[in-house]
Write a protein that binds this ligand. Structure first.
Ligand code: BTN
Length: 262
C-alpha cells in the first residue's frame, strides 16, 4: 500500500472538508510552521502535515522523534473565537479524537495518561502539544494543536532512551492519509460541540491514571498520591499521601514508581 501523504486524498476522505491542508516533505516542527503561517495571516482550520520533522517539539521542552515515512506529524491552526470549546479543553478534545480513531483501527485499546500522552499496551504512541497565540489585548487569538503519532516506526529505530517507552500503532490496513482524515473528522466534530460534560466523560473512560498511585514534581518538590478525578476543566484531582487534595492544571505525572516521562 502506497503511503505517501497527499493533500487531495485527505480532503476527499474528510466529509465536506473545510481544512486548508499544507503537506511538507520535511520541516523543523509543524507547530512552529503553523505559528509562522498564523503570523502571516493564515487562519482557522489550516492544517500543516509533514512526512518528517527535524526538530519536532514535545511538552516540557522535550524533543518528539519524527522520522520520515512512518509517522503522522500534524498541527491544526484554529481561531479561538470560531470554536465552541475553551482553549483549556482543546487538548482534551484532541486526545479523545485520537483515541476514537485508534480504537477503530488498532487491535488494542488506547489509553490516555493525563494530560495527553496516548498509550497502546505499555508504549506511548502519540503525544499532543497545544500552544496558544495571543493578540495585542492579551486574549488568545489562535490555538495550534500539534499531534504526533507513531504509525509504523519499527521499535529498533527509536533512539535508545525511548526504546522501552515509545511504540507504534501498526494499524490494520489503514494508510496515513486515512488516519489523518479520521482524526481531523473526529477532532472537528468535538471542537464544534459544546458538550463539555460528554467530552470529559469520554476522556475519563480512556484515562489510565484514575485510582492509581501517581507521582509528580511541583516547584522542585516530589509528591505522590492517588489520582481521584478529572474535573470539568480537565484538571487532575490528586489525593496526596498526607491526606491533602491538590488540583493539577498542567505538568507531567508518572505512574507508581515507573517513569513514563517522554
Ligand atoms: C509530547 O509528547 O510531549 C507532545 C508531542 C507533540 C508532537 C507533535 S508532532 C506535530 C507537532 N509539531 C511539533 O513540533 N510537535 C507536535
Amino acid at each position: 500500500m502506497s503511503d505517501i501523504i497527499i493533500k487531495e486524498t485527505i480532503n476527499s476522505l474528510v466529509d465536506k472538508s473545510s481544512f486548508d491542508i499544507v503537506v511538507l516533505k520535511s520541516v523543523n516542527s509543524t507547530n512552529s510552521y503553523a505559528k509562522a503561517l498564523a503570523k502571516f495571516g493564515s487562519s482557522h482550520e489550516t492544517v500543516v502535515i509533514a512526512d518528517r520533522q527535524t526538530a519536532g517539539r514535545g511538552r516540557l521542552g522535550r524533543e518528539f522523534f519524527s522520522p520520515a515515512g512512518t509517522g503522522i506529524y500534524m498541527s491544526v491552526l484554529l481561531d479561538a473565537d470560531k470554536i465552541s470549546l475553551a482553549s483549556s479543553h482543546i487538548t482534551v478534545a484532541a486526545g479523545v479524537a485520537v483515541c476514537r480513531v485508534l480504537k477503530d483501527i488498532c487491535n488494542d485499546t488506547p489509553f490516555i495518561k493525563w494530560v495527553n500522552d496516548i498509550f497502546i499496551g505499555r508504549k506511548k504512541v502519540c503525544g499532543i502539544l497545544a500552544e496558544s497565540l495571543g493578540n495585542p489585548s492579551h486574549s488568545i487569538s489562535n490555538i495550534i494543536v500539534g499531534i504526533g503519532l507513531n504509525v509504523t516506526t519499527p521499535s529498533a529505530d527509536f533512539p535508545d532512551e525511548l526504546n522501552n517507552i515509545a511504540g507504534s500503532i501498526f494499524p490494520k490496513n489503514t494508510s496515513r492519509n486515512e488516519i489523518i482524515a479520521k482524526i481531523l473528522t473526529e477532532f472537528k466534530s468535538i471542537y464544534k460541540s459544546s458538550d463539555i460534560e460528554g467530552l470529559i466523560k469520554e476522556y475519563k473512560k480512556h484515562s489510565f491514571v484514575l485510582e492509581k498511585k501517581i507521582s509528580f514534581i511541583q516547584n522542585g518538590k516530589a509528591f505522590s498520591g492517588i489520582a481521584k478525578n478529572i474535573n470539568n476543566e480537565g484538571n487532575l484531582i490528586v489525593k496526596l499521601e498526607n491526606g491533602e487534595t491538590i488540583t493539577l492544571k498542567s505538568g507531567d505525572v508518572s505512574l507508581g514508581s515507573e517513569s513514563f516521562a517522554i
